[in-house]
Design a protein around this ligand. Structure first.
Ligand code: HEC
Length: 143
């Protein structure tokens, strides 16, 4: 009887550890380089870069450079217009422009210039911003 209840306690212990650790991993931070960057690469970077296909210098659209962490933090043309407010996705233009209807002048990508960013991808970027917008070790796209 005693051994049985010890065994039971042990099983309960293991189960609760498993439960706690699975919850911790569900709350894991979004990894910029692995999860957010691929979205920007496929939907945004062709315009928001400072190099053309041949590597020649050009101006990023809207003065907003999305190929480096510094560029993303600095923001767009309008006097240091920040597009990313760490912790506040609702105030971050970077993700707000993705949610606009395609017909809106400020929608990104601009109308007819690329596929919309899916709801799931927008949610992921919001989660990254709300979690502190940490770039990790990423400094910029390799050139
Ligand atoms: C086809 C080219 C193109 C693509 C693709 C594109 N953009 Fe833009 N983006 C522009 C242009 C042009 C402007 C400037 C618009 C203006 O000033 O009215 C701009 C401006 C912006 C601005 C506003 C900058 C500011 O401070 O005023 C943000 C934010 C932005 N883009 C984010 C994005 C994001 C995020 C994506 C990908 C989902 C994206 N863009 C994809 C061309 C593009």
């Amino acid at each position: 009887m005693k051994t049985q209840s010890r065994l039971l306690n042990c099983v309960i212990g293991i189960l609760s550890i498993a439960f706690v650790s699975s919850r911790a991993s569900a709350e894991d931070k979004v990894d910029f380089e692995k999860q957010v960057l691929p979205i920007l690469k496929s939907k945004c970077i062709k315009c928001h870069t400072d190099k053309d296909d041949k590597g020649a210098a050009k101006k990023p659209k809207g003065g907003l450079l999305l190929t480096t962490a510094e560029g993303i933090k600095k923001g767009g043309k309008e006097d240091g217009d920040k597009v990313l407010i760490a912790g506040k996705s609702a105030d971050s233009t970077l993700v707000k422009v993705m949610a606009l209807p395609e017909s809106d002048d400020k929608a990104m990508p601009p109308e007819g210039k690329g596929d919309r960013v899916s709801k799931e991808d927008q949610d992921l970027i919001k989660k990254w911003i709300d979690g502190g917008a940490d770039f990790g070790a990423w400094k910029g796209v390799a050139k």
